[in-house]
Ligand binder design. Structure first.
Ligand code: ADP
Ligand code: AMP
Length: 207
């Protein structure tokens, strides 16, 4: 099954995508993780993307579409995948139509006040992509999955977060109507606890 996770930054897309992918045995394709790795490796794509990401804006469509197109050709995508953080604009969604058949779009719905609290406490592992919140870490500073030191993303700092929320509302939110019009959208309340949201997503995927 080819699935899109749609929702604002901090909605829990990465947290849930990791779990659902493990449950279904399919890969999580996080464009944000791919870009952060490209920046760490100082690849040409990483160099192009960095200034946009640092400012909390979106990376140009043509850059991101090429990355996704290439990734979806890999063998591990044959049985399905979750796209986490792509598409983020109508032109990206239109380009995706020519690349892949999408079965379902899960929209994680979380109000902005809650997003700010979640994003400001987020800690991530750049090595394996695991995501944590400081409130759950009890002072732990390393990744429970791979042992790497956890970091706060530069773009999770307060000065950038509002730009990212604005980018979501102006450029990504129109995709709700785009996919609703195609009869593919399933809205899930993203404000409960992680296990309850996981169950709700599994339910809509099985429906
Ligand atoms: P996204 O990938 O949509 O940007 P993340 O999955 O990285 O969001 O989650 C953002 C932050 O919120 C992280 O710190 C994560 O641990 C926390 N988080 C995720 N889901 C929940 C939840 N259901 N309740 C409380 N905190 C959550
Ligand atoms: P994320 O990890 O999904 O929060 O993404 C982090 C940042 O990467 C975003 O704020 C954008 O700058 C960039 N990015 C990730 N995915 C996309 C995309 N599909 N289109 C444009 N920019 C993206």
């Amino acid at each position: 099954m080819n699935i899109i996770f749609l929702g604002p930054p901090g909605a829990g897309k990465g947290t849930q995508a990791q779990r659902i992918c493990a449950a279904l045995g399919i890969p999580q394709i996080s464009t944000g993780d791919m870009l952060r790795r490209a920046i760490a490796d100082q690849t040409p794509t990483g160099l192009k993307a960095k200034s946009y990401m640092d400012a909390g804006g979106l990376v140009p469509d043509e850059v991101i579409i090429d990355i996704v197109k290439e990734r979806l050709q890999a063998d591990d995508c044959a049985k399905g995948y979750i796209l986490d953080g792509f598409p983020r604009t109508v032109p990206q969604a239109e380009a995706l139509e020519g690349i892949a058949h999408i079965d379902k779009v899960v929209e994680l719905d979380v109000p902005d006040e809650k997003l700010i609290e979640r994003i400001s406490g987020r800690r991530v592992c750049l090595k394996c992509g695991a995501t944590y919140h400081v409130s759950m870490l009890n002072g732990q500073t390393t990744c429970g999955q791979c042992g790497e030191t956890l970091i706060q993303r530069d773009d999770d700092k307060p000065e950038t977060v509002l730009n990212r929320l604005n980018a979501y509302h102006s450029k990504t939110a129109p995709l709700v109507d785009f996919y609703q019009g195609k009869g593919k959208l399933a809205k899930v309340d993203g404000t409960g606890d992680v296990d309850a949201i996981f169950d709700a997503i599994m339910k809509v995927l099985k429906a």
